[in-house]
Design a protein around this ligand. Structure first.
Ligand code: F6P
Length: 742
């Protein structure tokens, strides 16, 4: 039975039952009322006739009695009047009733026997009558003496007629009521349930088949009835969307052909025409520092610069950043600009100057003592100072002003804002230039709402970020966390299928763009690798069979201490490698004005000293810690001669060292990679480790050094193909396409 039919049938039965019961009660009431009425009228009439009749019977005035009986016997509903003597014989009756009372009616006999009035409904010629009989007494004697009975016959057929009418009326009402209720119910069901369920199922189907056309908000879901279902389905959709996005992220990309600097340049020309690209970040790509009498240009350490410099080289444009080098001011023109890189100028670097106080509060304070530990969750407590926050906003305003000035002649410029230092620049820029297309790329992790919520200015930061048209994170997981955070703290409309947020009419798309490197910039092919290895190790004063390499900014999030403890445990556990395996750690000092950075530096140095002291011999040292700034050209040969590279971050947005190593290494090498890096989502052929688990780090080193050559080559081949395809040029193409087509 179909649902609609079942519903109509049940409604019909239900309504019929209810209406029948109520009709029955109502009709019974009416019947009782009519009966009571006829009885009352009969009593009154009998009582009024009684006296005259008694007198006439006692005085045997039969003629008068007959006239009286005839006169009253045909009034309205009173159809018959009959007078009986005490033996039940008719003394007088009107003509209408005569034939019926030829025999003493039972009712009369009963009244004469019991001397008490009686009434009854009877049938005369199939018609309904009400007979009311009273005994009549002579009151001339001292004692009451029964002299006969008076019977009144009232026509009661109208009661049945009335009852029939009532039943008819009620059946009609029942029909009208049933049809109306069924119709209303069907309309209500259609509007509120059928249409909604149909839309919902269509929408779930779209979702299941991956052809999402509409969003949940467009699926009009009315009424509270479906609210629990809607909530459940919304959660389900959210999980499905997240899972799907995650699967998409992890599935290998198959691009038509490789993205190169040249191809990106052509693409940008086609996509943007003559428009320039504007990039804005705290860290500058080239820093000029004094070295004695000379000025040296260095490339600061960090993934941001490594990734974006090739992009700007390919596209030209303006990169606005803080001029942190002590010789930066000397080399810029009157607009604080300089073309970079010095050896082959390809784009413009515009420097912004910060005072010591601004740097202290905006960069060291709010950015790196507040937001950095907040987003990384490596158990370093974030510090939030009001002064730092005020300065952070002021400096963000300064960056935004510089940007606005730079784009003053550009129509709908494309702006790429970088990282957590400039979280509120998107809003500041958007307010002044609504036509600008702004992307904000967040290079570090995004925590869950509970964690982010401890920041006293969480809402302000989110609002600032939502000035962007596009917000990019390295991995889908951070996008999900971000949407959850906005959902928790701001009044906004979140579309979980398309991962977008609408707030006050402005839409921000949130998408993952796993950043990468330019593989060519790191590729190296050493024909005489063994010789070079000997030379490089010789320069470091060691001679070993196996080499491990690590490259990190000295930061507590990088897990350098854990890495050293893993190496120590490896040598304890697998002593056959003492004297045969050395680890070269490049570490560039970073943010040293912050206490935790100085402490981690001391801890790392201490650990390296202790481990070396334990295992070193005259020509053997297990850890070579090269503290200082090292250029890529210096590091790349080490990547290439290494047997393994260890990236042991406790938490890392992406970690480009992992990708640099794959681009530069030889085929017979292994990457040991922390599972807490964004890179681990893509580089599944690395040995994935939990850096908090020292024992597993030791085992991972052993596994890497004893791995079958074929397996190593196979793993490396897969990872290299992946980063060759998913290179920084593809990343830029994706980011720019998403932004320019908004
Ligand atoms: O990758 C995250 C990041 O904070 C970048 O924004 C930055 O350039 C890099 O690390 C290095 O940090 P810093 O600029 O503080 O030296």
């Amino acid at each position: 039975m179909k649902l609609t039919f079942r519903l109509i049938f049940s409604l019909f039965i239900g309504i019929t039952l209810v209406v029948t019961v109520f009709s029955y009660i109502q009709i019974k009431d009416e019947e009782n009322r009519l009966k009571a009425d006829i009885e009352r009228r009969s009593i009154i009439l009998a009582e009024s006739l009684k006296e005259s009749i008694i007198a006439m019977v006692e005085t045997s005035q039969t003629d008068r009695l007959n006239r009286l009986v005839e006169k009253f016997g045909n009034r309205e509903r009173l159809k018959g009047v009959a007078v009986f003597d005490a033996s039940g014989t008719v003394i007088s009756s009107n003509s209408f009733i005569k034939s019926y009372i030829s025999k003493t009616p039972v009712e009369v006999a009963n009244v004469l026997a019991e001397k008490f009035p009686k009434s009854k409904f009877i049938k005369i010629d199939k018609e309904k009558f009400y007979i009311y009989v009273i005994p009549i007494f002579s009151d001339t004697l001292e004692e009451e003496h029964l002299i006969g009975a008076l019977a009144l016959f009232q026509d009661a057929s109208y009661i049945d007629v009335r009852m029939k009418e009532l039943w008819k009326q009620n059946i009609m009402s029942l029909l009208v009521l049933t049809i109306s209720i069924v119709a209303i119910s069907l309309i209500v069901i259609k509007w509120n349930i059928t249409v909604t369920v149909a839309r919902m199922s269509e929408w779930i189907k779209e979702l299941r088949t991956g052809k999402i056309k509409s969003s949940l908000n467009e699926v009009a879901i009315k009424g509270d009835v479906l609210a629990p279902l809607v909530n459940e389905v919304t959660t389900l959709v959210k999980s499905l969307s997240m899972a799907k996005a995650r699967t998409d992220e992890e599935s290998p990309v198959v691009t038509d052909s490789l993205w190169t600097a040249k191809r990106l340049r052509e693409f940008i020309k086609e996509e943007l025409g003559d428009k320039k690209l504007f990039l804005i970040s705290n860290r500058e790509p080239y820093m000029h520092i004094k070295e004695g009498e000379n000025i040296k240009c260095v490339v600061p350490a960090g993934g941001l610069v490594t990734a974006l410099d090739p992009v700007m080289k390919a596209c030209d444009g303006v990169w606005i950043a803080y001029g942190a080098g002590d010789a930066d001011k000397i080399v810029v023109d009157e607009e604080d600009k300089i073309r970079v890189p010095p050896e082959k100028p390809s784009y413009t670097l515009k420097r912004i100057w910060l005072t010591k106080d601004e740097e202290k509060k905006y960069y060291y304070g709010f950015s790196n003592e507040g937001l950095w530990p907040l987003c990384h969750i490596t158990y370093v407590r974030p510090i939030f100072r009001k002064d730092d926050w005020i300065e952070y906003q002021r400096v963000n305003n300064r960056f935004a002003d510089a940007l606005i000035d730079e784009i003053k002649y550009e129509e709908s410029p494309l702006i790429l804002v970088q990282d957590y230092h400039l979280a509120i620049v998107p809003l500041l820029a958007k307010q002044k230039r609504p036509d600008a297309k702004i992307a904000l790329f967040w290079h570090i992790p995004w925590p869950n709402p509970e964690v982010f919520g401890i920041c006293p200015w969480a809402r302000e930061i989110l609002i600032g970020m939502l000035g962007a048209d596009l917000i990019g994170f390295h991995i889908q997981f951070y996008c999900n966390n971000f949407l959850d955070t906005v959902d928790r703290f701001l009044e906004s409309k979140i579309d979980w299928e398309h991962f977008s947020i609408e707030r006050r009419g402005h839409v921000t798309n949130v998408k993952s763009f796993p950043i990468s490197v330019s593989v060519e910039d790191f590729s190296i092919n050493l024909n005489n690798r063994e010789e070079i290895k000997k030379k490089l190790l010789g320069e470091l004063g060691i001679k070993v069979e196996y080499i491990g390499v690590g490259v990190d900014r000295i930061d507590y999030t990088k897990g350098i201490l854990e890495k050293f403890l893993g190496i120590e445990r490896f040598l304890e556990k697998y002593p056959q490698f003492i004297g045969k395996f050395s680890f070269i750690q490049f570490g560039s000092p970073s943010r040293t004005r912050i206490k935790q950075y100085r402490e981690i530096m001391d801890a790392i140095e201490e650990a390296a000293d202790r481990i070396n002291w334990t295992f070193q011999t005259s020509n053997y040292k297990p850890i070579i810690f090269l503290k200082g700034h090292h250029s890529h050209s210096k590091i790349i040969p080490f990547y290439n001669i290494a047997d393994l590279c260890m990236v042991t971050s406790l938490h890392d947005g992406m970690n480009l060292v992992a990708k640099e190593f794959i681009a530069s290494s030889n085929d017979n090498a292994v990457l040991i990679l922390s599972q807490f890096t964004g890179a681990s989502r893509e580089l599944k052929d690395a040995i994935l480790v939990n850096p908090y688990d020292i024992e597993s780090l030791a085992d991972a080193i052993y596994e890497a050094l004893t791995m079958d050559r074929q397996e190593k080559e196979e793993r490396m081949r897969k990872m290299r193909n992946l980063i060759r395809e998913r290179n920084i040029y593809l990343w830029t193409r994706d980011l720019i396409t998403s932004l320019s087509r908004i």
